[in-house]
Design a protein around this ligand. Sequence first.
Ligand SMILES: *Cc1c(COP(=O)(O)O)cnc(C)c1O
Length: 299
Amino acid sequence: MTVESHLDELELVVPSPVQEIHDERLERHGVRLLLKRDDLIHPEIPGNKWRKLKYNLKDAEAAGQTKLLTFGGAYSNHIRAVAAAGYYFGFETVGVIRGEEHLPHNPTLAYATTRDMTLAYIDRDRYRIKTSDEVLGPLQERFGEFFLVPEGGSNAAAVRGVAELPAEIDFPYDVLCAPVGTGGTLAGLAYAVPSGVRVLGFSSLKGGAFLADDVRGLQGVAGQVTDNWDLQLDYHFGGFARRPAELREFAQDFEVRHGVDLELTYVAKMLAGIVDMASTRQFPSGSVIVAVVTGPPDA
Ligand SMILES: *Cc1c(COP(=O)(O)O)cnc(C)c1O
């Protein structure tokens, strides 16, 4: 079985649907908002995780590799998605987790093991130098040959996969918004939007200014650095792992208004940012905004 034949069987929802949101907080300022529902692509390999893995799977296959190894935190959506992708596309998977093992496993790691991922743990110091020979050497000795998928899945192959999204939007728009973790999604979108469209990435990390260099770096390895994107650093809500009451209330209210249950770490922060920016008139009247729903709420 090839990656392509598994793809035919999986029936991924690609192109993902677009849903218009009628929200008085935006319409009052002449702003239209549409959601690009990438969260619906596949229940276990959703959103930007699928887009970023697609060409990594094809590259692994082309390299003749049958085992994927990747890195992540114990709550990483990427670890989950790689475990699922391995399961559905016929690769063995190894997840190298930052920190010590804690039993029983949290829901992320418990899920990963149900998808046959082998878990390994490295301490925080070694995690920082995880792409060095000093760390990769022993992993190779232990697990044999593998195809390395970077943390967050963000590499040139990921940028190529994400870059397929803009072509699925078949109407004119002004701004494409997406949340930012490692910046792979932002890099790929900015690579491929029509000229004149700005891409706005909402950092879910506190102090995310360094991400600009990462995004440029990812675009560079993918072939071209563009200057059609901006990072919005003001809507991290206290930091990556933080979900303060204000954020949860925004998400609950959004669900009541629009019937869409928002993922909190990334998607709710972005949408709260869009609503706030519209109400402080940071989008000109007449703007059409498409916001990428990069993943579903936590299970
Ligand atoms: C992983 C993830 C992101 C971060 O994407 P990057 O490409 O790493 O910036 C955003 N949203 C959701 C829902 C995610 O799971």
